[in-house]
Design a protein around this ligand. Structure first.
Ligand code: 5GP
Length: 210
């Protein structure tokens, strides 16, 4: 059976990661979103267990201590972490898992799981990012300033990823993300299992079979 692929989507907040990930999830079968734990309070319309599992700091710390977090990071004063059990359970079933996480978390996962595919999402310019963060007005002015300051550090790490999407328009950016996810499924490393089964029908493994 084919193991699922781990796809990390990262980049500064306001780059459009969650919109892109949402569209990819709606368009592509056998792809699931890794629902993270966070100590951030829910925003309007956010539901527990859908966008995040909303927990308090005590529960978050208990999960770190129990080793349940594949990675975790403090972002804008709140803690965010990826559930190891959720991710590995889906990957073992053959489902691809997509993560929307910050650059610190992405760094940890890429070191622990070198087979993971890293996708960095960039806004076309600093001005556009500022406009987007202001327009979506989910946060107050101080928070927006903090997010912009942080974006300058985050964006400088784009070259550490396998793929770069410049989000200058949602439709083009979504096509890029879908293409990346679909091509990930055909990587030789992901296809070793199915290839071996097919080779069996040809009378066993070939000397050049990996
Ligand atoms: P927001 O509060 O806007 O939902 O997310 C803030 C930032 O936290 C975003 O950059 C998002 O990608 C990141 N984030 C969400 N979940 C996780 C996680 O599990 N781990 C890490 N390291 N970052 C996360």
């Amino acid at each position: 059976m084919k193991r699922g692929s781990l796809i990390i989507v990262s980049g500064p907040s306001g780059a459009g990661k969650s919109a892109l990930v949402g569209r990819a999830l709606a368009a592509i079968q056998n792809l699931e979103f890794s629902v993270s734990y966070t100590t951030r309070p829910p925003r309007r319309n956010e539901r527990d267990g859908v966008e995040y599992f909303f927990v308090d700091r005590r529960e978050f710390e208990a999960r770190i201590a129990a080793g349940d977090l594949l990675e975790w990071a403090e972002v804008h004063g709140n803690c965010y972490g990826t559930s190891r059990r959720f991710v590995d359970g889906r990957l073992e079933r053959g489902t691809d898992v997509i993560l929307d996480i910050d650059v610190q978390g992405a760094d940890i996962i890429r070191r622990e799981r070198p087979e993971a595919v890293g996708v960095f999402v960039m806004p076309p310019s600093f001005e556009v990012l500022r406009e987007r963060l202001t327009r979506r007005s989910l946060d107050d002015a101080d928070v927006i300033r903090m997010r912009l300051e942080r974006a300058c550090g985050e964006i400088s790490r784009y070259h550490e990823y396998d793929y770069l999407i410049v989000n200058d328009g949602l439709e083009a950016a979504i096509r890029d993300l879908e293409a990346i996810i679909l091509s990930t499924r055909c990587r030789m490393s992901a296809m070793t299992g199915p290839a071996r089964s097919i080779m069996q029908t040809f009378g066993g493994t070939h000397a050049e079979d990996p």
